[in-house]
Structure formats: C-alpha cells, structure tokens
Ligand binder design. Sequence first.
Ligand SMILES: *Cc1c(COP(=O)(O)O)cnc(C)c1O
Length: 430
Amino acid sequence: MKYYSLNYNSKSTQFHEAVKKGLAPDRGLYFPESIPQLPQSFFDEIEKMSIPEMAYKVIKPYVGNQILKEKLMEIVTETLDFEFPIIEITDQIAAMELFQGPTLAFKDVGARFMARSLGHFNEKSKEKVTVLVATSGDTGGAVANGFLGVEGVEVVILYPKGKVSEIQEKQLTTLGQNITALEVDGVFDDCQEMVKSAFLDAELSSIGLTSANSINIARWLPQMFYYFIAYRSLKHLNKKLVFSVPSGNFGNICAGIMGQKMGLPIDHFIASTNENDSVPRYMETGIYDPQPTIQTISNAMDVGNPSNFIRIQKIFNNDMVKMKKTLSAFRYTDQETKEALKEIYDLKGYVADPHGAVGYLGLKEYLSQHGEDHYGLFLETAHPVKFIDVVKKTLKIEVEVPERLNSTLSKEKESIPIKDYSELRAYLLN
Ligand SMILES: *Cc1c(COP(=O)(O)O)cnc(C)c1O
C-alpha cells in the first residue's frame, strides 16, 4: 500500500515512511492510494476468528510487507489486550466501552499500535525519532503510556494550560524517562498549530520529527478495530448497525467510515459534537468554516478545526449527497450533555462520561427518525473518572478511582511552560 498526501504536493510513500513522517512534507495528511476490500468469507467467518486474528486481517493490507507477519500479529495482540464491553442501555441502544486500556481512554489502541510499530522500525534503523503531539486531554496520556521506555524515541507533548482535567494532566506530566510535557499558554488549536509549524520548519528536519496525533496513519487506522469488534459481537442481531461517535478531531469516526468502505456492514455513522460544531454546520450549510475553540465539559472534543475532516471529505470525493447517506452530524450544549448523563443514569444506573453522553444524544436523535430495525451504539470514549468533577456534581454520586490510576495520581506534575512557537522551537533544538 502506498500513501499520498492530501495536499498533492509530495511523493507517495510506503507505510513505514508515512508513519515516521506523520505529516507529508507538503503538510498534507497521508491517505491510502486505495481502500482494500475484505472478501465476503471474512465477514461470514468473523465470529469464529479471535479478535487479534480479525484485526490482523483488517490492518494487514495497509501495512503491506513492511512488518513481517509474526511481528504484526504480536503488535495487534498487544494493542488489543483488554476488553471492549458492550452495555445495553435500552432495547435499541448500547454503550461500547473503549476505555478499558491503561490510560482509561479509547486512544490507547491507536497509541499502542503506533508506539509498537515505530519502536519496531527503530530497532532496525537506530535513528532517533522525536514524537511531537498536541493533546486536548486524552491523547497525551495514551501516547506517553504507549511510548514510555521505547528505545530511540523521545516524546514531546503539548497541552493547553488549565484546559485538561487533573487526572489527564497527571497522566502526561508524571512519567519522566523519554516523555516531556510542555504546558502551553493557549487552547488546543494553538498546540495543534505549533505542531504543524514544527513540521514545516526546515531547521527541525534533522531531529526526525513525527506526530502521534490521529494525523499519523498508525494512530488513525487501528481505530477501525472497534467497529469490527462491535460487528463481530452484534452480527447475530441481524439489525442495521448505527454508530454514534463523540467527535473532536474526527479521527475515530473517519476510521470507522474506512472500515465501512472496506465492506463492514454498518448502516450509518453519527458524528456527535459539543459546541465546537464546524462539521455539523458544514453538513447544514455546505460551507466549512472552522471557528476558534470553545471550552466545554467534554474537553477532549474541544477542537475548532478538526484535522481529519479532510480525510472524510476524501472518502466521499467531496460529494455531499454521498456523505449524507453515510454520515449525520449533531451538536449539543453542556447543559444538554449533563441532562443526558442523568438520563442514562436513570435508565440503567449506568455512569457515562460527558463525551459518551454527547454520543448518546446524537444516537437518540438519529434513532428517533429511523425504524426499529436499527440498533445503535454510542462509543464510551473515556472512563467517567477522568471527568470526575462534572460527573459527581451532575449525578450526585461518588465515582470510584480505579486502582491502576492511584500510582499516577500520587506523583508530582513536571512540565515546562511555553507561550509560543519560538519557545517550542528553542526547546526542540536543544
Ligand atoms: C480524543 C477523544 C475524542 C475525540 O476523538 P476524535 O478521534 O479526535 O474525534 C472523544 N472522546 C474522548 C474521551 C477523547 O479522548
């Protein structure tokens, strides 16, 4: 498989090179030259395969022969080494928990796959790589955890000061070793812009920069696994499957749509956003008009200009009619989100997190216009404890902190404050 740049001004490249670069030299996102098609036999036998076997078959055509069979199997097995429970909320709605990994957010899957792939490439080349990543909350922790101790890889995380939860901050500022956290006086989009500028900076090319945001294909593509895992569990229902995906940078939902294009029988996708609603507005007006980030209680989705949206447009060749057949988009306020948290709790005693609650709202809205032959999942993208203040206040309950978080929470935060790109640059050149 080759990957080309969506700015169309860089040479196509192989998986390894695209992962190492993150962003193409012309600053475009990489996109596969074709979308592989899975044979009918794959779907007929899906329930008989183990999850790693299935995931291997899904990702193999994207990796090609760049990672040997046994190694790739090992990577997917380690990546998916936890549960993905599906919890029934009503007879038509379930939550799919993607947060059972080490940092309690769905980004563990992409981060682990990327860290292991890059670590593997590095074993052979011995070149140093610096992973630069902007986080609106959960990416930082997942990437830090995935890359901790990986030889030859330095990780630099940019996060917006005062705009991530306490647990999130601890997860990315307490690991030490090859992980450094830069605390940016700004919002997430400022962090994301700085990362993009660093990639453009000729003087930085000598330090081997790559990105671990979902712009990196090794972070983005493995997110397809969730949708295949869900289908594998729910195939027997014989219903039209619908996914509502709490969306910020639109990497997760875009991966799901790729899965559908590979043949996965999914009827519809719903992009559920908070008030950072560039995509819902685009779907209404046909004009893509990104706005500055607004701070909300679902902070991992506080993204004014979602970087993966261009990939979604590419999948549909910029055809809005086709896009609307597969994708709907809805936005919700913080107030609505809190009410949804309560509603889910009242229905089943289930404690959702604010991101999942936004997903629930989008799903409910879509299903209210569609028949009973539909079955919907909203993705629970983070453990509620990561947003403990909001959840406690809204539901008036205690939320237990999982054991595996305690050691992180007891450590001291270590970060370097920065204000602008020149300070990031100075740091990297040192
Ligand atoms: C990152 C994140 C999202 C948004 O995912 P995208 O792929 O950026 O759209 C949603 N919820 C949580 C909890 C996240 O960490």
